[in-house]
Design a protein around this ligand. Structure first.
Ligand SMILES: [Zn+2]
Length: 63
């Protein structure tokens, strides 16, 4: 039922990345799905591709 609610109402996102970080990551408190923002500021599902991408970004920005 929880997931159905997300489908109807949309996800309830909380930010999981730190405030100062360039990488923005979010998690839905209801279904536990993770999201991130792509280069265009659009919300996308945080899959293995984006996880790797964000790790690279973090490494880049912390240098
Ligand atoms: Zn959700």
């Amino acid at each position: 039922m929880k997931k159905l609610k997300c489908k109807i109402l949309g996800h309830t996102l909380t930010k999981t990345s730190k405030e100062h970080e360039m990488v923005k990551e979010y998690k839905c408190t209801r279904c536990g799905k993770e999201f991130t923002k792509n280069g265009y500021g659009k919300l996308v599902i945080l899959d293995s591709y984006w996880k790797e991408n964000n790790e690279n970004l973090r490494a880049f920005y912390t240098v």
